[in-house]
Design a protein around this ligand. Sequence first.
Ligand SMILES: Cc1cc2nc3c(=O)[nH]c(=O)nc-3n(C[C@H](O)[C@H](O)[C@H](O)COP(=O)(O)OP(=O)(O)OC[C@H]3O[C@@H](n4cnc5c(N)ncnc54)[C@H](O)[C@@H]3O)c2cc1C
Length: 416
Amino acid sequence: MYDLILDKDQLRVADEAREFAKSIDPALLRRMDADEVRYPTEYVVEAARRNLLGLRFPKEYGGRGLPWVVEMAALEEIGVLGTSLGCLASLPSIVCEGIAAFGTPRQKEEFMGPILRGEKFCAEALTEPRGGSDFFGAATVARKEGDHFVLDGQKRFVVGAEGADVFFVYARTGDGPREITAFLVERDDSVHVEHVYNLLGTRGGGTGRLVFKGAVVPESNVVLGVGRGAEVFNAMMVPERMTSAAGALGMGRAATELAARYSTRRKAFGKPIRRFEAVSFMIADALSAVDAARGLTIMAAKAADKAGNVGAGIAEGTTVRRLVSEAKKAATEAGWLAVNNAMQVMGGIGYTQVYPLERYLRDARLSLIWTGTNQIMNLLIQHEYYREFQGSGPVGRDVEMDAMDAESGADEKVYE
Ligand SMILES: Cc1cc2nc3c(=O)[nH]c(=O)nc-3n(C[C@H](O)[C@H](O)[C@H](O)COP(=O)(O)OP(=O)(O)OC[C@H]3O[C@@H](n4cnc5c(N)ncnc54)[C@H](O)[C@@H]3O)c2cc1C
């Protein structure tokens, strides 16, 4: 589908990402899933060496200055590797959004460049044991002491935590409900990383719990300003959701290909199972869902590009926020449907470890939960829609008066 909208040079970048995904040794995926690899350092370094991290950021910091749509095409290719490797390739895109949009020149030099060049590894720490959906409920506290802050608290489910050198952390800096601040926290002895989870999937990506015990963070590592974490968070939610969408589409696509191939070889009742409509229609349903979601995802990417790419256009009440949330929801649901259908097409063998579908199933399930649950996506979608709608009214013709009894029934329009 990207063939329809990308030019030749842009398609070459997507091809590079495809080649990168093809180059990954299956043994790495297996060892990660077996929890033998805790953090695949070489993988991130190789992605950076191929200049595939944070494609839309300026060249001077290690990006390629490309539009969102190209990044989405590339991340879909990498998404076929599953959620762990997909996320590790996406984290620079997420973390560097905050730095690119709001960071100081020093923060860009010291963090963004090294992250995109694969010299420093990053993670984003937002979720806390007390909850991830309620951003403003954060309980991690940052206390100002002289020219630095002291952080105390915990974050959980942080992908990449085990390998990260720098964490993008939100902490409370006041008693007011919105007094949250974004920090770049470098790993040191006061930042403890604990490997505590027996995850259903998404293994080997270094997901851990962070415990800050008097972690000292220089004031110069505050991003944007004290108490301005919400603005940073709003900007970073765009790459969070876009990258989740791209990864889920990659998994859905790969699972469908696997099942389609199987259905042409596997026979039942003397003929290939694809000849049974019950089977081939599951492929059709998966394809339709993934293609529709990709269409929406491309639209969201275009909207983000139009809004000004990095760090812009994500103010509340803008269409891009709604589209990005819709894309995350639609793509992750499509990916989940496609993986489930693929397993159904393959029958019992799909449920074994002979094929990687069971891993996709475990991975794809997370997509509905992380980077904001799909219920939270609904919350945002309706919120933005009502806001847009109340601002402008119906987009086109107001059809209310087209009803047969619109005039005679005016008295029947009772609203309270
Ligand atoms: C493997 C893994 C990796 C992760 N990676 C990261 C990471 O790298 N960094 C990071 O910061 N976080 C990460 N997360 C956390 C993830 O984003 C959160 O789990 C998710 O946002 C939900 O938060 P929660 O688990 O605290 O659930 P809760 O916020 O407690 O929500 C529980 C349920 O209540 C629903 N709910 C809550 N509030 C509302 C509401 N207002 N309206 C409707 N429904 C609501 C939710 O949809 C959900 O169904 C990861 C999680 C996992 C499992």
